[in-house]
Ligand binder design. Structure first.
Ligand SMILES: O=C(CO)[C@@H](O)[C@H](O)COP(=O)(O)O
Length: 229
């Protein structure tokens, strides 16, 4: 089932090592078939150079494995919480890409210092708090998703397709798996630029709002991603 989506999700996963976003198996990409409500995700712990499209795992929105012999990614519950809450999300990525993960470990959001950032993400890329001991003990991956949903509900979440989970790493999303990977690559690049920017000038300020607006709206339009698609 969902052979086309499996191929799409497999190809999107293979872009993670291609763009230097993952070491070993540290990352995962999923995609959703909104008609069936089924999600295709990378199998857990499988080396990218051994992975095939047939290894992709199909789960329902409750996390039950519908097809596949391997275990779904350990982050599946996080992906599912986001898909359930945000109907415009068609693909989700989690990595431990070094620059974005460094900002997450530092517990800081990434300010918008330039137009590269503003072209894709409107404003500061947020870093959400740690989970409490109770949240971790209860259901770490699910509650990571619940925390992200709490932060982005009632927002234009497709205008900010990225979040940093403190002391863990980034999640990005998009209209489909490849778009989500594109946003993961952009996140890593702007995380690198922002870190270097602060090294060069510790007093640096975010880019002027009018410049941020010009670049974001020129690329996405005033109504893009605001639910009008
Ligand atoms: O954050 C973690 C582990 O700390 C996970 O994201 C792994 O890095 C990827 O796990 P699988 O997708 O292979 O289960």
């Amino acid at each position: 089932m969902l052979e086309e989506l499996k191929k799409e999700v497999y190809e999107a996963n293979m872009l993670l090592p291609k763009y230097g976003l993952v070491t070993f198996t540290w990352g995962n990409v999923s995609g959703i078939d909104r008609e069936s409500g089924l999600v295709v995700i990378k199998p857990s712990g499988v080396d990218y150079d051994k992975m095939t499209a047939d290894d992709m795992v199909v789960v329902d929105l409750e996390g039950n494995r519908v097809e596949g012999n391997l275990n779904p990614s350990s982050d599946t519950a996080t992906h599912l919480e986001l898909y359930k809450a945000f109907p415009d999300m068609g693909g989700i990525v989690h990595t431990h890409s070094p620059w974005a993960t460094s900002w997450a470990q530092a517990g800081r959001g990434i300010p918008c210092y330039g137009t590269t950032h503003a072209d894709y993400m409107y404003g500061e890329i947020p870093c959400v708090r740690n989970l409490t001991k109770e949240e971790i003990d209860e259901a770490y991956e699910k509650n990571t998703g619940v925390l992200i949903v709490e932060h982005f509900k009632d927002t234009e979440y497709m205008a900010m397709p990225a979040v940093l989970c403190k002391n863990h790493g980034p999640f990005t999303w998009g209209t489909d798996p490849h778009n989500a990977v594109h946003n993961a690559v952009v996140l890593e690049e702007v995380a690198k630029m922002a870190a270097r920017c602060e090294m060069i000038n510790p007093d640096v300020k975010p880019a002027p709002q009018e410049l941020q607006d010009k670049h974001y709206y020129r690329k996405h339009g005033k109504d893009a991603y605001y639910g009008q698609g």
